[in-house]
Design a protein around this ligand. Structure first.
Ligand code: GRG
Length: 298
């Protein structure tokens, strides 16, 4: 079996290729919108959600070509959320993935439309049968409903609303956790589940374990993000460092302090690994990915 870095690079490259194929070409009208969609989605990002979909897919023995479709749809939703999040009416950030954020490179109206169009392209990708010949309609519906719920007001968009409403407020750890389970966790959980749903046969025990793993690692991802926001620099992060503290936003570091925040991240990592205990080598990629999420520097 290949080492993790080689595997991850392969997934990142095949995801890039799948997204490039699924996006409208930049010379197709409306050119500016299509160009901006490609700017926001291609050539950047760690593709953690695609890696999760493939790692979960590999535990369930799913066909990797099918997982590419699921992974692409999740990466489209993620990219849309970043484009909207960076806009002046939300987090107001000029830098994303080491380059000017979408509204800076284009304009606010274009960025708004990029988010809208990437979101609908994600659902189109899962629903369009010509691309998904091997999927059963039941599989497609399951993936669609999982991703819509994870993205909407009971998932990511709801978490973002809570985030915006909590600026300048003191939150308890439980309230902060509730926000992140929705804002970041819901899509991470959906990424893993969609990967598993690509398998020809559902294994309920594996799906339950994947769900438990993804919930723990999704939260760990956020705790690590808060730690990086205080400890890493802007050049390494590819986005403005210290943004949360500057925006007067509660984070795991402000609530717990750096030492307890690191201990919490480790505890969540251990919980994620514990969920995979019943599985041997088949869960290797999920284990390695958990480690990657913990050790990431941006
Ligand atoms: C606008 C509806 C709407 C939602 C936005 C996820 C989100 C909700 C905003 C992102 C804000 C943020 C920085 C959250 C912290 C965790 C996070 C999602 C970081 C970015 O994800 P990475 O690190 O990014 O996976 P890359 O660029 O590697 O894909």
């Amino acid at each position: 079996m290949t080492d993790f870095t080689t595997w991850a690079l392969d997934i990142q490259q095949r995801t890039e290729h799948a997204l490039e194929q699924l996006l409208p070409k930049a010379n197709i009208a409306p050119q500016r919108l299509h160009d901006a969609m490609r700017y926001a989605l291609l050539g950047g990002g760690k593709r953690v959600r695609a890696l999760l979909a493939h790692a979960a897919g590999s535990l369930c023995d799913a066909n990797a070509n099918k997982v590419d479709i699921a992974a692409s749809a999740v990466e489209m939703i993620h990219a849309y959320s970043l484009v909207h999040d960076d806009m002046p009416c939300m987090d107001d950030d000029d830098l994303r993935r080491g380059k000017p954020s979408c509204h800076k490179q284009y304009d606010d109206a274009t960025a708004l439309l990029v988010g809208d169009a990437l979101q609908t392209l994600a659902f189109q990708t899962l629903a369009t049968t010509e691309q998904n010949l091997d999927f059963t309609p039941e599989q497609q519906l399951k993936m669609l409903s999982t991703l819509t719920i994870a993205s909407g007001s009971r998932g990511m968009a709801g978490g973002q609303a809570i985030d915006l409403a909590s600026v300048g407020k003191e939150l308890t750890q439980l309230e902060l956790e509730y926000m992140h389970i929705h804002k970041t966790g819901a899509l991470i959980r959906a990424a893993a589940l969609l990967g598993a749903y690509c398998a020809n046969q559902e294994d309920k025990a594996k799906i339950a374990a994947i769900q438990q793993y993804a919930e723990a690692i999704g939260l760990a991802f956020q705790v690590v993000d808060d730690i990086l926001d205080t400890e890493a620099d802007t050049a390494t992060l590819g986005k403005t460092a210290g943004k949360d503290a500057d925006s007067n936003k509660p984070t795991y570091v402000t609530i717990l302090g750096i030492t307890r925040a690191k201990a919490l991240a480790n505890e969540l990592y251990e919980n994620a690994l514990a969920a995979l205990k019943p599985f041997g080598e088949e869960a290797l990629r999920l284990r390695q990915l958990a480690q990657f999420i913990m050790q990431r520097s941006f």
